[in-house]
Structure formats: C-alpha cells, structure tokens
Design a binder for this molecule. Structure first.
Ligand code: GLA
Length: 701
C-alpha cells in the first residue's frame, strides 16, 4: 500500500522512493524523510521535536513544517500569508483530520482561531516515482479573508547545507541555459513576474549534493504545473534545513476569499532520483508523455512553416508554391504563420481580427487548404489570441478589453496590447471566433503564439480584488484553450511565446508541442534543446531547420533538429537540387527514426557545452533499438579524444552499432570508448547519426 499511516507518521511510498511526515509533540505537521524507499515502516524517522535553542530560536522556527503559516517566532519563508477581516495577519493552521486512499492523502488543517481551513493534497504517482502536492484554502466563515501568499507546497530535503541548485535561465532568442550553483544559505529566489512562465527562468529545479551526474547520485527535483507568475524560493536556514517553496508568485498577488469560497493552488510535481539527472529527466518524460500530453501516442508530422521565408508577405501564390516544394521534400503538414488575417501587412495591424484577409486570400483559405490537402499534407495556422493591435477592428470595438490603468499610457509590446483574459466576455469572444475559424476550415494544427509581457497590470472594472488578475488571467487562458480542445480534438496545438517563453508543465496539458526558441542556429540550439530535455520529452519539443546559421552544413542543421519533432522553416525556394535532395533523404531518415525519438528513453551522453562535442541517444522502451546523435561544434586540430560511451542497453543482449565493428553485449558496448574524433572522422560542424540494433544470439561469433 503506497500510503501508510504508521505510528503517527504518514509514509508516502512510490516504487523506489518515500516521503514522510507526521505530527510532532508540539502538534506541528513536520517533515521527516525524502529519499530512497526503505524496507520497513519502522525504518523511517519520526518527525523532529526541536526545543528552544537560545533566545533567538524557538521551536516553531526550527521545525521543518510541511506547510508553514506566517506566525509565531518563525522567520523562515512561509507557505501561507493572509489578512483576516479584523486586520490580524497571523495564521496558524493546525492539524484537524486526514483522509487517505491508496494513492491520495488529504490533510485538513484549520486555523486555531479563524474559520480558515487549509487542505494539503498529496497524490502519489508510484510507477514514475513522482509525488504531486497542492493546497486548497476554504473560508468557513461569513466574512472575506485576503490571501497574500498561497504556495502549492514546501519540499524538504535531508538536513544539510551543501546542496547544489540546478536551474534554467535565459532570455528571448537565448532560452534554457543550464546553471549549476551552490545553494547559498538564506533564500534563493527564482520567479516570473511577467504573467507568463517566461523565457527568463523556468518553474523547475533540481538539487543534489554537488556530485550527482547523469547516471549517478541523489537528485531531488520538482516543477510547478502553472503557466503564470510563479516563484521558487529555496532556503537554507540558519540550522541547515534545506527546503523549497514553490507556487504562484506572491508578487503583487492578492485574492479575496469570500465566505464559503475555496482557492485551489496549482499542483507541484516532484521526485527523487538515486541515479542522477538522467533518471530524473526520464521519470518526468515518461509521466508527461503517458499522462499529460494530449496526443502523445500520435506520431508528430514533419511540418513546414513559412514564417521565415515570407514573413508578413503571405499570399495564396507564394504559400502554394512553398507547399508544393515542402511536399516534394517529404513534409506532412504545411502551416502559415503570421500574416494571413485581416489587415495583417506588418506587425502594427490586424492582431485580434481572426478572419482571412480578402486581399491575400480572396474567398478565404479554402483554395490554399485544398491545394495543401491535395498534396497529401495537413494544414496548420498561426494564431495569437491574447494580443490585439490598436489598429484592429477588435480594439476599435472594445478598447476596454485590454489590461490597462485608465490614467496610464497603454504601453505597446511588439506593437500590441494585452487582452484581459481574466474577463469572461473576452474569453467568450475568443472561444467564439476561434471556434468559428476551426469549424469552417480543415485545420489540423494550430500554433498559439504570445508575443509580449504584461505592463500596467490594471483591471479597472474588476468585480473584486483587481490583483486577482494574475491568477484569473491564467484560469481564463486555460478555459479558452480547454474549450477549443474539447470542440476540436483533432487539432494538434503548438505553444509558442516568442519561442520558449511558455515552457511549463501546464502548457503541455493544452499544447502538444512547444516551440522552444526563435533561435534555430544549430550550434546554440543544441544547448537549448538540452536545457528543455531536463524537464520535458522530445515528444513535446518542436525543432526546426531554418536559414539561421546557414554557414553550418545542412546535414548538421538537420541532425540537430532531428533530435526533436522536426519542422522546416527555411526558404526552400532557394535551395538548389543538391540541398533539396539531401533534405529529402534526411526527412525520410527522420521518419524512420521518429518512433525512437518521440517515444524512446533519452540519454544525454555528453553535455552541449563540453569542448564543442555533444551527444545524445534515444533507446526504445524495450531496449532493442536505439539511435545515437553526435555533434562537433568546434574541434581543435589533432583532437584524438572525442569518445563517448552508449547507455541504456540490456547488459547481456547482443547489439551492433552502426559504423563500429563487431557484435557485442550491451555491457561491452557500454564500457567501450567509441571514437569520434580525429580517427572517428568528426571535425568542426561534423555530425553523425548511428543506429543501435539488438541482434539475435546466433549471429554472434
Ligand atoms: C513570434 C514567434 C515566431 C513567429 C512570429 C510571427 O516571434 O516566435 O515563430 O511566429 O512571432 O509574428
């Protein structure tokens, strides 16, 4: 039974890990263990009972509470902060009761004085070794309570102050850098205040003792299932207790919890890996693929996107020509990006008016879609539902629909204003207009873009607390997208926010793939893809070959993009016969490898920033077949030591690896340094793909 209540301890066990806590003698719900699953219930430690230590440290400050409120002589970072109607800002959630079944546990806490209930939810996902947590706050009284911070959870690590934090940071066109840094004493805050999860930091973390690597060492990791403002606050206290608060950002946040109302936080998902970062990623990949992605079992089509070829100059003739060429190369889907809708001749006009421009597509999109379908391809379209240009019919009709303060300038971002999706009328309008578009045309793929961050976050006619905007906007976004998904289940959605500005778990509930960067320069792209892979599977990673970095061989550019869900965005009208033939061959090869990449297990063999030589491998779930990608971005002359070892083979099964002599056992291959350098033939901007195949025993000599 994965959830046990044993001698006052809640023991949450997944297949290989355990997480425990219980009531201590002071009546506080205190954490006691997170790590490998232990053989017996009695193996797990009891919750701590710290006594006072000197005049400045009382027990509340020293207790590792599962969900600390702001109260008492406690100066650690709390999960919960609120103001009661009488002005009291002290909150003391105490244990009341619990309910449990095999895989879920609900702990009910209640303030000692005020009618506020806090329910802590725990959901075990045993076979993936993951635990999900969130909290619900309920006002049981008859006057409102103002919530000012409501995190989803606090995750506690074994006591120690030598943790290393791994996180991802970046900016537009330069996303998902991996940073590893010792976790300092005090508070380390990662967050977004931009309304989206953002390109700048990502709501994911990993902590290890400093020595974990891809294959070994203890790693604790987690993420937030939320696509809005978020905060991760990792704290090493003055007594070396290490914990991570995670949830909706409390920056500019307030929520009026009316009588009888509840507020539910988004979930956080976390896990423990005893086998390094590789196993941690694979646990997330498997879970996301099996339980989050809407169409994860359908092979993703190789698409062509015309954005970089034609920008806003989108008319039937050029699109039809590009579609014909894309089909010749082997593309299975053709999509028009920006520039197809009413009045969209530049960045400054048209956003918000989601009907085809008559001057570009007389009579609508039918003719082009028919052309694309006749070529055997699906058709896809770009949308940016959350934005509006001041020069649009929508804005002229509803200037009050944007996020703004009446006394302030409405600042433009990429020439657009931000529709207020917290408003039900805005949500209804989007549902209606996009539903109409998706119903009228045979659209099988849609790119949902989002190209600015918020400013002047005002909601003048908000029905209640205007700072609820941050949360109600995201709930509105979910509602619009969920409704469109339900009405049009055949549509594959791609999420883009100027590239990877919305790379978070919540997005993957709505979109099938994420456009991870506008930067498709293959050399930089390899490390962006690696950053993405720490969190999410290749099945959700939209990659593409464009004209960026055209000095790099086409083969290298394709190989880099073939590590994810392949698309092409180059101006293929300019490719000569040799380039087109090469692309044709590579696309055919990709289709053959696609099941491994989309559904297989990823092994990062060499990091993208290591001496210009990087490699990764995908293995089928049954470990019978795999593929290895190796890339050199820069190799000094006479570099003989570009070697790597494969992983993920069955030790006693026999395999061949393309380009290397012999039939060997998995153990032998995994311990052999495969040579790719001077003697292996890979120089600067060289790349290679090698198939790994299991062979029958009889072939072995
Ligand atoms: C954003 C996206 C691009 C493209 C343009 C269109 O920048 O990231 O891929 O769709 O918008 O305007």
């Amino acid at each position: 039974m994965p959830i046990l209540y044993h001698k006052g301890l809640f023991i949450l066990q997944t297949d290989a890990t355990a997480y425990t806590f219980g009531l201590n003698q002071a009546g506080l719900l205190a954490h006691s263990y997170w790590g490998r699953r232990l053989p017996y219930a009695d193996d797990y430690p009891a919750p701590a009972n710290p006594g006072a230590w000197g005049p400045f440290n009382n027990p509340a400050h020293l207790t590792p509470e599962e969900y600390p409120g702001y109260e008492d002589m406690k100066y650690i970072d709390p999960c919960l902060k609120c103001t009661f109607a009488d002005g009291v800002r002290d909150v003391s959630p105490r244990f009341e009761s619990f309910e449990a079944d095999a895989e879920t546990l609900r702990i009910h806490l209640r303030d000692e004085h005020y009618p506020l209930r806090v329910t802590l939810h725990y959901r075990l996902i045993p076979q993936y070794d993951l635990i999900e947590r969130w909290a619900t706050l309920t006002n049981l009284g008859d006057v409102p309570i103002t919530l000012e911070r409501v995190f989803s959870a606090q995750w506690h690590l074994p006591v120690g102050d030598r943790y290393r934090l791994t996180h991802l940071h970046g900016r537009w066109f330069d996303e998902m850098h991996i940073e590893r840094t010792p976790l300092a004493r005090g508070l380390t805050v990662l967050e977004s205040r931009r309304l989206t999860s953002s390109h700048h930091h990502y709501p994911w973390f990993a902590l290890d003792a400093g020595s974990a690597d891809e294959e070994s060492g203890a790693v604790w990791f987690g993420l937030l299932d939320w696509s809005g403002n978020w905060k991760i606050a990792a704290e090493v206290t003055d007594y070396a207790s290490t914990r991570v608060n995670i949830g909706i950002n409390d920056w500019d946040f307030a929520w009026q919890l009316g009588a009888g109302e509840s507020f539910e936080t988004p979930p956080t998902l976390a896990g423990f890996s005893a086998a390094g970062f590789g196993a941690a990623s694979r646990a997330l990949h498997n879970y996301v693929r099996d339980h989050i992605l809407p169409h994860s079992d359908v092979p993703h089509k190789v698409f062509y996107n015309s954005w970089e070829a034609t920008l806003f100059d989108v008319v039937f003739e050029t699109q039809a020509e590009l579609a014909t060429r894309a089909a010749d190369l082997g593309a299975e889907m053709f999509m028009i990006d920006d520039g197809w809708y009413k009045g969209r001749f530049s960045q400054t006009t048209g956003l918000g008016d989601w009907t085809p421009d008559e001057r570009k597509f007389p009579g609508g999109l039918e003719r082009l879609i028919k052309h694309v379908n006749d070529l055997g391809m699906d058709f896809g379209l770009w949308l940016e539902p959350e934005m509006v240009n001041p020069d649009s019919d929508l804005y002229r009709a509803h200037p009050d629909w944007v996020i703004h303060y009446p006394t302030r300038e409405r600042r433009l971002g990429r020439d657009a204003l931000h529709l207020n999706l917290a408003r039900a009328d805005v949500q209804d309008h989007l549902i209606e207009s996009l539903d109409h578009l998706l119903s009228r045309y045979n659209i099988r793929y849609a790119k949902w873009d989002m190209n600015r961050n918020v400013s002047e976050p005002g909601w003048p006619d908000a029905p209640g607390e205007p700072r609820e905007l941050w949360v109600r906007y995201v709930q509105g976004l979910y509602r619009v997208w969920r409704t469109l998904r339900e009405k049009h289940p055949q549509v594959i959605w791609q999420s883009c926010s100027g590239g990877g500005g919305r790379t978070d778990l919540a997005m993957l509930r709505y979109s099938d793939v994420i456009w991870i960067s506008d930067n498709s320069h293959a050399a930089r792209r390899l490390s962006i893809q690696e950053g993405f892979s720490l969190m999410f599977p290749a099945a959700a990673m939209q990659t593409w070959v464009t004209d960026q970095g055209a000095e790099i061989p086409l083969r290298f550019r394709f190989h880099a993009a073939m590590c994810g869900m392949l698309g092409i965005g180059a101006d293929i009208r300019k490719w000569d016969t040799q380039q087109s033939d090469e692309a044709c061959t590579l696309i055919a090869q990709y289709k053959d490898l696609r099941p491994l990449i989309q559904f297989g297990d990823l092994y990062r063999l060499r990091p993208a920033d290591q001496n210009g030589f990087t490699a990764l491998q995908y293995m089928s779930k049954d470990q019978s077949t795999g593929v290895l990608f190796a890339f050199c971005t820069y190799i000094p002359q006479h570099e003989p030591s570009l070697t790597l070892r494969v992983r993920g083979l069955r030790p006693d099964h026999l395999y061949t690896i393309e380009g290397f002599e012999g039939v060997r056992s998995g153990t032998a291959w995994m311990n052999l340094d495969l040579q790719f350098g001077l003697y292996g033939g890979l120089g600067t901007f060289g790349s290679t793909i090698r198939r790994i195949a299991q062979v029958e025993k009889k072939h072995h000599v």
